[in-house]
Design a protein around this ligand. Structure first.
Ligand SMILES: *[C@@H]1O[C@H](CO)[C@@H](O)[C@H](O)[C@H]1NC(C)=O
Ligand SMILES: *[C@@H]1O[C@H](CO)[C@@H](O)[C@H](O)[C@H]1NC(C)=O
Ligand SMILES: *[C@@H]1O[C@H](CO)[C@@H](O)[C@H](O)[C@H]1NC(C)=O
Ligand SMILES: *[C@@H]1O[C@H](CO)[C@@H](O)[C@H](O)[C@H]1NC(C)=O
Ligand SMILES: *[C@@H]1O[C@H](CO)[C@@H](O)[C@H](O)[C@H]1NC(C)=O
Ligand SMILES: *[C@@H]1O[C@H](CO)[C@@H](O)[C@H](O)[C@H]1NC(C)=O
Ligand SMILES: *[C@@H]1O[C@H](CO)[C@@H](O)[C@H](O)[C@H]1NC(C)=O
Ligand SMILES: *[C@@H]1O[C@H](CO)[C@@H](O)[C@H](O)[C@H]1NC(C)=O
Ligand SMILES: *[C@@H]1O[C@H](CO)[C@@H](O)[C@H](O)[C@H]1NC(C)=O
Ligand SMILES: *[C@@H]1O[C@H](CO)[C@@H](O)[C@H](O)[C@H]1NC(C)=O
Length: 632
C-alpha cells in the first residue's frame, strides 16, 4: 500500500517536474477563450483554437447570434442579459494573477423580435472601460472592446451594465496573458491603470481585419491590426518589403514582423504625413508609433528626419529611424502619453531634413484610472444578505456594489472612505421589495447610517449585530414579521434618530438603555406588535422571572394546594366529630350543647377569612394556622 502510494507520488512529482521544465523552456501565456451561450466546447477551423463552452456568468440566456461576419473565427451563439435578470450582469472567471489583455465581442440576437441594437456599458474589475456607441453593430471595429488590466485577486470580473437601451448581448470573452511590462509607458503606469485599445493600425497592411496572428508569439496577446492603405491624403502611398525585420517579437510587447514590412510614406517631400481620429475629450491617451526603414533607397543616417507632433505639440524631435533603431529593416517603437482636451487626436510627421516621412503602424490606447473597489468584508456581507433575503433577480447585485460609480447596485448608498481608499456602504434601502427571508446575524456593514427594510415579509429575529453599527441613525424595520425581543445591543446605538419597529411580531421588554435613549431625541414607533412593554406608552412588563424562580413558585403553589386539601379534610373530619359530639350532647346535657355552638362559630369565621385570601403568598401560612388551630 505504502509502496503504491509512494510510486504514485513519484509519478505525480515527475509529471509536475516535466511540466515545469516544458513551461520554463517554452513558456506559453495563459489563455482563456469563452464562446458565450455555447453548450459545448467549440474548436474553430484553421487554427484549431479552443473556445470553452459558456461558464462563469451570473445570469442571462443563451441564444443564436445573427452577426458573425466581422469575426474570425465565426461563433454562432451568444449570451444576452434581459433587464428582468438585473441591470448588472457579469462573468467571473478564476485566473492566475497577472497582466492580461481582455477582449469582448458583441453581437445581435438572431430573432426578429430583437431588432434594436443594444447599448450598454462594460466594466473590468469594477472600472468602466467602454460605453457602446450607437451604430456599433454596423461597424466592423464596433463589435469588440479590448483592454489591458492587472489581475491581483485571483479572478477577473467582467460586467455588463444596462443603460435602458436593450439587453446586453455578448458573443465571446478572451482573457489572454501578456508580459508583466507590456505597454509600459512610464512611472504612472503601474499606479492602477487600464489601457483600452482605441485603434491598432497596420499602415499599408493587407491582411483581413480581425485575423489573429496565431502563428506569432502569443505573449503579444494575439492582437488585431486593422489594415489602412491611406490616411486620406493626396500624397500618401503604400510601401512594402519582403525583407525580414530585425528586433521584432521581443519583450515586452512582442510585435509581429509583419506590421513593419509595410508602411505609408508621403510622396511630397514638403508635405506632412498625418493621421487623425475622433476621441472622447478630456481623457488621457497613450500613443505608440512603429517605424522601420524599409525603403531600399535610404541607406544611412540623416537621409530621412522628421518631427512628430501630437495635437500640435512636438512629441519627438528630429526622428531619424536608422539612427535610433540601429540600422535599416529594424523596428523602432516610440510611445507618448498625453491629455486630450478636444475631440480629435492627430499625429503629424513633419519633415525636417532629407526625405519625406514614413510610418508603419500606430496604436492608440485610452488610459483609464482604475476605480477603488468596495471594502471586501462589506461585499461579503451584502452577498450574505442577498442570499438570506432571497433578493429578486431584477435587483441584480452582481459585480462590485459601488463601482463603476456610474452603476452602483440598487438599494445601497456608497461612501468613499479616504483613509482606507475603499468604498463602504452607508445606506441600505430595500423597502417594499417583496423580500421574504431573514437577516443573517453576522452582517458586518459597520459604516451604515440608514437601514430601511420596511414593508417586506422578513421574518426571524432582529440581529443583535445591528448594535455594533455605531453610526446608525435610521433603522426602519416596520411592516415585517420580525419576532422575538428587541436585542439589548440596540441600546448601544447612540446616534439613532429614527427607530420604526411597528407592525411586526416583536415581544418582551424594550431594552432599558434603548428606552432611556428613546425618551430623549429619537423618533420611534413600536405599535402593533405581539407584546412589547417597558417604556411609557407601552404596557408595563410583568415581573422578570428566571426559570428557577418559576419552578420555585410552582412548587410553593403545589405545596400550598396540598396543605389546603389536607386542612379541608381535617376540618371536615373534625366537623363530623363535633356534629357527632353535638348529637351525643343533645341527648345528654344542654350545657355541653352551648359550648359546642361557640366552637362552631369560630370555625365558620376562620373559613370565611381563608376565602378572602385564596391567592397570594400568605396562603400556606393561613392554612398552617388553620390546621394548628384545628389541631389544638
Ligand atoms: C439556433 O440555431 C439552431 C440551428 O442552427 C437551431 O437548431 C436552434 O433551435 C436555434 N436556437 C434558438 C434558441 O433559436
Ligand atoms: C515608452 O516610453 C517611455 C519614455 O517616455 C520609456 O521609458 C518606456 O520604456 C517606453 N516603453 C516601451 C515599452 O518601450
Ligand atoms: C539586429 O540587431 C542586433 C542588435 O541591435 C544587431 O547586433 C544585428 O546585427 C542586427 N541584425 C541585422 C541583420 O541587422
Ligand atoms: C491624465 O493624467 C494626469 C497625470 O498625467 C492626471 O492628473 C489626470 O487626472 C488624468 N486625466 C484623466 C481623465 O485620467
Ligand atoms: C539594409 O539591410 C539589409 C539586411 O536587412 C542589409 O543586407 C543591407 O546591407 C542594408 N543596406 C544598407 C544600405 O545598410
Ligand atoms: C456569516 O455566517 C455564515 C454561516 O454561519 C457564513 O457562511 C458567512 O460567510 C458569514 N458571513 C460573513 C459576512 O461573515
Ligand atoms: C422606509 O420606507 C418606507 C416605504 O417606502 C417609507 O414609507 C418610510 O418613510 C421609510 N422610512 C424612513 C425612516 O425613511
Ligand atoms: C420566530 O419565528 C421563527 C419562524 O419564523 C421561529 O422559528 C422562532 O422560534 C420564532 N422566535 C420566537 C422568539 O418566537
Ligand atoms: C455595548 O457596548 C459596550 C462597549 O462597547 C459593550 O461592552 C457592551 O457589551 C455592548 N452591549 C451590548 C448589549 O452589546
Ligand atoms: C405607528 O405605527 C402604526 C402602525 O403601523 C401606525 O398606525 C401609526 O400611524 C404610526 N405612528 C406614527 C407616529 O407614525
Amino acid at each position: 500500500m505504502m509502496l503504491i502510494l509512494n510510486y504514485r507520488m513519484l509519478l505525480l512529482q515527475l509529471t509536475l517536474f516535466v511540466a515545469l521544465c516544458l513551461s520554463s523552456s517554452q513558456p506559453e501565456p495563459f489563455a482563456m477563450r469563452i464562446s458565450c451561450g455555447a453548450l459545448v466546447n467549440v474548436q474553430t477551423a484553421q487554427t484549431n483554437t479552443l473556445w470553452y463552452k459558456d461558464f462563469g456568468y451570473t445570469g442571462g440566456r443563451s441564444e443564436n447570434a445573427s452577426i458573425t461576419s466581422f469575426i474570425v473565427p465565426p461563433l454562432t451563439t451568444l449570451r444576452y442579459f434581459p433587464l428582468s435578470d438585473g441591470p448588472e450582469n457579469c462573468y467571473n472567471i478564476h485566473i492566475p494573477n497577472g497582466h492580461y489583455s481582455v477582449r469582448i465581442f458583441f453581437a445581435l440576437v438572431q430573432d426578429p423580435n430583437f431588432q434594436n441594437e443594444p447599448l450598454f456599458d462594460v466594466s473590468v474589475e469594477g472600472t468602466q472601460i467602454y460605453s457602446l456607441p450607437s451604430g456599433w453593430s454596423t461597424e466592423e471595429e464596433g463589435s469588440f472592446v479590448e483592454a489591458l488590466a492587472f489581475i491581483s485577486d485571483g479572478s477577473v470580473s467582467i460586467c455588463f451594465h444596462s443603460t435602458g437601451h436593450g439587453d446586453p448581448s455578448i458573443l465571446s470573452i478572451e482573457i489572454l496573458q501578456v508580459d508583466d511590462k507590456a505597454y509600459y509607458f512610464g512611472p504612472l503606469w503601474d499606479q492602477g491603470l487600464i489601457l483600452r485599445t482605441v485603434k491598432r493600425l497596420s499602415c499599408g497592411g493587407q491582411r483581413p481585419e480581425y485575423d489573429e496572428d496565431y502563428s506569432g508569439n502569443h505573449w503579444g496577446g494575439d492582437r488585431f491590426w486593422s489594415p489602412v492603405d491611406t490616411f486620406g491624403q493626396y500624397s500618401d502611398q503604400v510601401l512594402a518589403t519582403e525583407n525580414s525585420i530585425n528586433l521584432t517579437s521581443v519583450p515586452p510587447n512582442y510585435y509581429p514582423a509583419k506590421i513593419y514590412q509595410t508602411a505609408l510614406v508621403s510622396t511630397d517631400s514638403q508635405a506632412d504625413l498625418f493621421y487623425s481620429i475622433d476621441v472622447d475629450p478630456t481623457r488621457n491617451y497613450s500613443i505608440w508609433l512603429h517605424f522601420a526603414e524599409i525603403d531600399p533607397g535610404i541607406t544611412g543616417e540623416g537621409q530621412r528626419v522628421f518631427d512628430i507632433l501630437i495635437n500640435g505639440d512636438i512629441a519627438f524631435k528630429d526622428v531619424d529611424i536608422i539612427q535610433l533603431s540601429g540600422g535599416n529593416n529594424t523596428a523602432l517603437v516610440l510611445n507618448k502619453t498625453i491629455a486630450v482636451n478636444g475631440k480629435t487626436l492627430t499625429v503629424t510627421m513633419h519633415p525636417t531634413e532629407g526625405n519625406h516621412p514614413i510610418i508603419n503602424a500606430i496604436e492608440v490606447f485610452e488610459v483609464i484610472l482604475v476605480e477603488s473597489m468596495t471594502f471586501a468584508q462589506e461585499v461579503m456581507s451584502l452577498q450574505a444578505l442577498k442570499n438570506a433575503l432571497g433578493l429578486p433577480l431584477r435587483l441584480g447585485w452582481n459585480g462590485d456594489p459601488c463601482v463603476p460609480q456610474q452603476h452602483p447596485w440598487s438599494g445601497i448608498d456608497c461612501h468613499f472612505d479616504g483613509s482606507s481608499s475603499k468604498w463602504v456602504i452607508d445606506g441600505l434601502s430595500l423597502d417594499t421589495q417583496g423580500l421574504k427571508g431573514f437577516l443573517p446575524d453576522n452582517i458586518s456593514l459597520l459604516h451604515l447610517q440608514s437601514i430601511n427594510l420596511s414593508g417586506n415579509s422578513i421574518h426571524g429575529a432582529i440581529p443583535s449585530s445591528f448594535g455594533t453599527i455605531t453610526g446608525l441613525q435610521i433603522l426602519d424595520l416596520s411592516n415585517n414579521f420580525f419576532n422575538g425581543s428587541i436585542p439589548e445591543s440596540l441600546g448601544n446605538l447612540t446616534s439613532l434618530q429614527i427607530l420604526n419597529l411597528n407592525s411586526n411580531m416583536l415581544s418582551g421588554r424594550v431594552p432599558a438603555a434603548l428606552g432611556g435613549r428613546l425618551l430623549h431625541r429619537v423618533s420611534f414607533n413600536f405599535s402593533t406588535n405581539a407584546g412589547l412593554c417597558g417604556i411609557p406608552g407601552l404596557p408595563t412588563c410583568g415581573p422578570h422571572l428566571s426559570i428557577g424562580a418559576v419552578i420555585g413558585i410552582a412548587v410553593a403553589v403545589f405545596v400550598a394546594f396540598l396543605l389546603i386539601v389536607l386542612g379541608l379534610i381535617i376540618w371536615w373530619k373534625r366537623r363530623q366529630n363535633i356534629l357527632r359530639a353535638q348529637r351525643i350532647a343533645a341527648r345528654d346535657a344542654p350545657y355541653a350543647k352551648a359550648r359546642t355552638h361557640y366552637v362552631r362559630d369560630v370555625q365558620m369565621t376562620r373559613h370565611h377569612h381563608h376565602h378572602h385570601h385564596q391567592h397570594g403568598s400568605d396562603h400556606p401560612r393561613t392554612a398552617t394556622e388553620h390546621g394548628s388551630n384545628l389541631l389544638s
